[in-house]
Write a protein that binds this ligand. Structure first.
Ligand SMILES: *[C@@H]1O[C@H](CO)[C@@H](O)[C@H](O)[C@H]1NC(C)=O
Ligand SMILES: *[C@@H]1O[C@H](CO)[C@@H](O)[C@H](O)[C@H]1NC(C)=O
Ligand SMILES: *[C@@H]1O[C@H](CO)[C@@H](O)[C@H](O)[C@H]1NC(C)=O
Ligand SMILES: *[C@@H]1O[C@H](CO)[C@@H](O)[C@H](O)[C@H]1NC(C)=O
Ligand SMILES: *[C@@H]1O[C@H](CO)[C@@H](O)[C@H](O)[C@H]1NC(C)=O
Ligand SMILES: *[C@@H]1O[C@H](CO)[C@@H](O)[C@H](O)[C@H]1NC(C)=O
Ligand SMILES: *[C@@H]1O[C@H](CO)[C@@H](O)[C@H](O)[C@H]1NC(C)=O
Ligand SMILES: *[C@@H]1O[C@H](CO)[C@@H](O)[C@H](O)[C@H]1NC(C)=O
Length: 575
């Protein structure tokens, strides 16, 4: 008689290892305009930010939602995912404002969050968010486990962009078919399998209770340790690692194996993924041979001397940071003798960033680190990832001057994101009245008319997507808060991810309020006109006004040139 309720209860708790206490519900945006009751560690406003960020991932869930789901307006969805290949690929996360599930960027998200929690895990404890961290990680990792059904197969995407991009609406009418795309031993996607291996090994290390912190008082997030789960994760990490390095089809970028992923997340190479995966494998298994492998890839793929951006596709700066962290934390096998070498490599990159950007990067007028190309499609993401790397690295820098310069710069990018920018916009949804409220999220907007994304509904989104980080402003620091503008206004799993580590660090270290508490309702108002980005019809880089002006100039110059020739010919004739 008790079996059914018991089964339901177990089903409802399937994802939970810890019981959240107290239950966290995001406070209304207005709560972000007042100082925390106490300016002490932990500061309630920073704790709320961390809580909101984790809540965003709950709102992005695909699959059968458990009983303790906090996002009342979400429904179970995508339950047939994987049926085209005879597998259960339900679960996991919707990647952004649509309904695609993408393994490659998700794997980087999980890697960076687990990595951050092995250094700044106490931040989650102090904010009472460790249970939600566990749920957030497991919801992603459990799906990656499904996506790796055997050691020669890994699923990189569920859903098709061309089908999905023609749909705008809620989670009950998601268009089908939802094809499942895989890379295989014979048709490899080295970047995707290596990055997934890194996600599994970094999180295996976290769930084994590991800490990557040389400070003696450091501890893992309390209660997250689970050796059973850590071993499961490690098995998948090793299987994917072997698939990455020993595939019978050799090595290749995953969009060559699966052209359909080329629309959304094509990868520029796999050398960085292989090196990162080898480093986290070394950490999770205390293996000096994996560490040697990382060194080999590091030199084979010429990762030294780079000023590359840090994001879902480009991980070289994370490699520098992790090499240095390991040299300190694992001196026995990680070549502490070469701490100086890794420090100079890492600090070359960090110094380039804090001096205002190297490798084409620069600071916008309003103070955002901007990488032309990468930042054009999501301006906050490269800056926040750089801030995350600086925050990891600052405590282990070679001089205290560098420590403070790196932390200062990281804080400046965090402050920018939280409202210290020319728009006074707060780019985390729902944390302040000046946060975006017309987010490019089909499920949160409440609209279902793809031809009227901005006007249906004609006002704020029906549901507040608390904790979502949007793409961000343009290179002139302008932000329009226009729902159809997916460049500026779309949320994504990887946009919020670096902020988790930054917020955990702030909860641990910063007694004073985040920047947004100083901003009252009305501080932000959208500029006039339209943004000029890929979402709008100005691909040439000129606005409509600019095109007209250029046309006038060309006509005037042309007419003057013709008159000049006529005059010249006339003069010649006269002679
Ligand atoms: C550890 O994780 C496993 C696998 O997810 C789970 O079945 C088990 O209940 C967890 N143990 C504890 C003590 O939470
Ligand atoms: C965490 O929970 C404890 C006990 O319920 C409570 O006293 C404390 O204020 C909470 N801290 C935060 C930051 O929410
Ligand atoms: C969830 O289902 C309800 C009832 O069918 C529906 O009204 C709501 O719009 C759905 N939520 C989303 C995000 O589509
Ligand atoms: C390690 O933990 C300590 C104490 O919890 C903390 O102050 C420090 O910022 C952490 N990070 C590093 C890299 O030491
Ligand atoms: C995949 O490979 C790993 C590591 O070699 C192994 O532990 C695991 O059992 C393999 N999984 C399957 C399903 O064969
Ligand atoms: C790859 O294959 C070689 C040759 O069979 C083997 O020696 C090596 O251990 C394999 N590497 C991994 C990571 O499985
Ligand atoms: C020391 O580290 C640097 C990276 O800065 C690397 O290029 C060099 O080969 C390393 N030397 C040794 C002996 O490992
Ligand atoms: C960031 O904002 C805080 C809160 O307003 C302020 O105290 C701090 O000086 C700012 N730091 C930087 C580097 O901008």
């Amino acid at each position: 008689m008790l079996t059914l309720p018991l089964l339901l209860c177990i089903a409802g708790l399937a994802n939970a290892q810890l019981t959240p206490s107290p239950i966290f519900t995001p406070p209304p945006a207005d709560a972000g305009t007042t100082p925390a009751p106490q300016q002490t560690v932990p500061n309630q406003q920073w704790s709320n930010l961390l809580g909101d960020l984790l809540y965003f991932y709950e709102a992005q869930r695909s699959g059968q939602l458990p009983d303790d789901n906090r996002v009342s307006w979400r429904n179970s969805s995508g339950l047939q995912d994987g049926s085209d290949v005879g597998l259960d690929l339900s679960g996991g996360y919707y990647d952004a404002g649509d309904y695609i599930k993408a393994s490659y960027p998700l794997s980087w998200v999980l890697t960076s969050v687990c990595w951050g929690a092995t250094v700044f895990g106490q931040g989650y404890d102090l904010a009472n968010q460790t249970a939600y961290l566990d749920e957030m990680l497991r919801w992603g990792l459990d799906w990656l486990i499904e996506a790796h059904p055997d050691n020669s197969t890994f699923f990189v995407q569920v859903g098709d962009d061309t089908i999905d991009n023609n749909y705008w609406g809620g989670d009950q009418d998601i268009p089908t078919p939802r094809p499942s795309y895989q890379v295989k031993d014979t048709n490899p996607g080295t970047d995707a399998t290596a990055q997934a291996s890194a996600a599994f090994s970094s999180c295996a290390f976290l769930y084994a209770g590991g800490i990557l912190n040389s400070t003696s008082s450091a501890t893992a997030p309390s209660g997250i340790e689970n050796k059973t789960y850590a071993n499961t994760l490690l098995r998948h990490a090793v299987g994917l690692w072997e698939l990455s390095v020993n595939a019978s089809g050799g090595m290749d970028v995953y969009q060559d194996a699966v052209p359909a992923v080329g629309d959304a997340y094509p990868s520029s190479g796999y050398g960085d993924d292989l090196t990162l995966a080898a480093l986290f494998m070394a950490l999770a298994t205390s293996s000096s041979s994996a560490y040697q492998q990382a060194l080999l890839y590091y030199s084979k793929y010429k990762l030294s001397g780079s000023n590359a951006v840090l994001n879902w596709d480009s991980k070289i700066p994370a490699v520098y940071t992790l090499f240095t962290e390991l040299a300190l934390a694992r001196p026995a096998w990680a070549g502490a003798a070469n701490l100086t070498g890794w420090r100079s490599e890492a600090e070359r990159w960090m110094d380039g960033v804090v001096s205002g950007g190297k490798g084409g990067a620069y600071m916008t007028g309003g103070g955002l680190l901007y990488y032309p190309g990468d930042s054009d499609s999501a301006s906050l993401n490269p800056a926040l990832n750089a801030a995350m790397a600086l925050t990891h690295y600052a405590p282990i820098a070679s001089t205290s001057d560098k420590t403070s310069a790196y932390l200062d710069f990281a804080t400046s990018q965090l402050n920018y994101t939280l409202g210290d920018n020319p728009m006074s916009a707060v780019y985390v949804v729902g944390i302040n009245p000046n946060s975006p409220n017309r987010v490019h999220s089909a499920m949160a907007s409440g609209g279902d008319n793809i031809n009227a994304i901005d006007t249906d509904p004609d006002g704020p989104d029906l549901h507040v997507l608390y904790g979502a980080v949007v793409g961000g402003p343009d290179k002139d620091d302008k932000f329009w808060n226009i729902r159809s503008d997916y460049i500026q206004s779309e949320p994504a799993l990887d946009y919020a991810a670096p902020l988790l580590t930054l917020a955990a660090f702030a909860v641990m270290n910063n007694p004073t309020d985040p920047y947004f508490t100083a901003l009252q309702a009305g501080a932000y108002s959208p500029p006039s006109g339209h943004p000029c980005d890929d979402s709008w019809a100005c691909h040439s880089g000129l606005s409509e006004g600019g095109k007209i002006a250029l046309g006038v100039v060309i006509s005037v110059v042309g007419i003057a040139f013709l008159l000049c020739i006529v005059w010249f010919v006339w003069r010649m004739r006269k002679r």
